[in-house]
Design a protein around this ligand. Structure first.
Ligand SMILES: Cc1cc2nc3c(=O)[nH]c(=O)nc-3n(C[C@H](O)[C@H](O)[C@H](O)COP(=O)(O)OP(=O)(O)OC[C@H]3O[C@@H](n4cnc5c(N)ncnc54)[C@H](O)[C@@H]3O)c2cc1C
Length: 291
C-alpha cells in the first residue's frame, strides 16, 4: 500500500489477513480535518463507535438574514485518533518515499517489494484546488453545525462544528479562506488546513483508493465518502465517477452563478430540508424534498 493516510490505512486494515505493508512518506500518522461524514458513510468504514466524536441532526445554513435548516444524520469522525490507532495495528514503514513500478511492484528505500499494489497516495493530477483553513477554538454551547455563505466566496463556505471539548471553525475558498471564517468569541488554540482538489475522477493504472481516485465531493471537499464506498466494493468506482462528474459540473456552474443563486435563497428562508442520501450524493440536492 503506497500512502498511509486514512484511505491506505483503512484499506490495509481490511486486508490485514494478507499482512499488507504500508509505505508513507510522513513521519507520523494522523491528519486533522473537519471529519464530517454521513452515518451511512461511517457505517461503511466498519470501525468502532469510539471514533465518533459527536453526532449531529442539523446543519443551519446562514446567508445574511436568511436561515435554512438541513436535517440529517451526521457524524464527526475522530479521524486523527482513528489513523493513529490503525497505524499502531498495521505494519507501516515511515518515513519512506515509495515508487510504484507496476501493479505488483514497489520500490522503497532501495528494496523491491512484490505483491498486489494499491495506490492511496493522494491526488496527483491537475485540479481546481480549493484551500481550507480551520481554527480549533475553545468549546461552544451549540447543538448544530453552522454553515455560512458569502457572495465574495463563489462555491465556498465557512463552518462552525461544535465538539464536546473544542470547536472547529473554518472556511473553504478558491482564494484565501481566512476572510470567510465565521467570527466566534472563543480563544483560538491551533490552526491547520490544506488544499482540496476539485476534479473529475479518472481511472488509475494501479487499483487506487482515497483522494488518488478523485472521488471527492466537489462542493464540500469530502473525500471519506468515496473511501467508504470503495472499501465496500472497488467496482463502485464507475457509479461514483459519474456522480462526482455531475457534482463537478454543478459546482462549476455554482461558481459562475453564485450571487444569483444566493439571491434565490431568500425564498427558502426558515425552511427545513431533509437530506439522507443527498448529503453524499449531493447532485440530488437539486431535487430536494422540502417539508
Ligand atoms: C481542512 C480539511 C477539512 C476536510 N474536511 C473533510 C470532511 O469534513 N469530510 C470528509 O469526508 N473529508 C474532508 N476533507 C478531505 C479529506 O481530508 C481527504 O479526502 C482525505 O484526507 C483523503 O485521504 P487519503 O488517505 O486519500 O489522502 P491523504 O490523507 O492525503 O494521504 C495520502 C498519504 O500518502 C502519502 N504519500 C503520498 N505519496 C507517497 C509516496 N510516494 N510514498 C509514500 N507515501 C506517500 C502521504 O504522505 C499521505 O500520508 C478535508 C480536508 C481538509 C484539508
Amino acid at each position: 500500500m503506497v500512502g498511509g493516510g486514512i484511505a491506505g490505512l483503512l484499506l490495509a486494515h481490511r486486508l490485514r489477513d494478507r499482512d499488507p505493508i504500508v509505505f508513507d512518506r510522513r513521519r507520523n500518522p494522523g491528519k486533522q480535518c473537519t471529519g464530517i461524514i454521513s452515518r451511512s458513510t461511517f457505517q461503511k468504514l466498519s470501525v468502532s463507535k469510539e471514533f465518533v466524536d459527536r453526532e449531529f441532526r442539523e446543519i443551519r445554513v446562514i446567508y445574511r438574514s436568511v436561515e435554512i435548516f438541513i436535517r440529517g444524520d451526521f457524524i464527526r469522525l475522530g479521524r486523527e485518533r482513528l489513523e493513529k490507532w490503525l497505524d499502531s495495528e498495521l505494519g507501516v514503514m515511515r518515513p519512506v518515499d515509495a515508487v510504484i513500478r507496476g501493479r505488483d511492484e514497489v520500490l522503497a528505500k532501495g528494496s523491491v517489494y512484490r505483491g498486489d499494489v494499491f495506490d492511496a497516495s493522494g491526488w496527483k493530477g491537475k485540479a481546481n484546488w480549493v484551500k481550507a483553513v480551520e481554527y480549533v477554538t475553545e468549546p461552544m454551547d451549540q447543538e448544530e453545525i453552522v454553515v455560512t455563505l458569502d457572495p465574495r466566496n463563489p462555491a465556498g463556505f465557512g463552518w462552525i462544528v461544535p465538539l464536546p471539548d473544542r470547536t472547529l471553525v473554518g472556511a473553504l475558498s478558491r482564494s484565501d479562506p481566512r476572510p470567510f471564517i465565521p467570527p466566534v468569541s472563543r480563544r483560538v488554540l491551533s490552526v491547520h488546513g490544506g488544499a482540496i482538489p476539485r476534479v473529475k475522477p479518472s481511472p488509475t493504472s494501479v487499483p487506487a483508493i482515497g483522494d488518488r481516485t478523485g472521488l471527492i465531493k466537489t462542493f464540500t471537499g469530502g473525500g471519506i465518502f468515496g473511501i467508504a464506498e470503495l472499501l465496500e466494493n472497488f467496482s463502485n468506482f464507475d457509479r461514483l465517477k459519474r456522480e462526482i462528474a455531475r457534482q463537478y459540473f454543478i459546482t462549476s456552474l455554482l461558481e459562475k452563478t453564485w450571487r444569483m443563486g444566493l439571491a434565490t435563497l431568500r425564498f427558502m428562508n426558515g425552511k427545513t430540508f431533509y437530506v439522507d442520501k443527498e448529503f453524499d450524493f449531493h447532485s440530488f440536492l437539486f431535487s430536494l424534498r422540502k417539508l
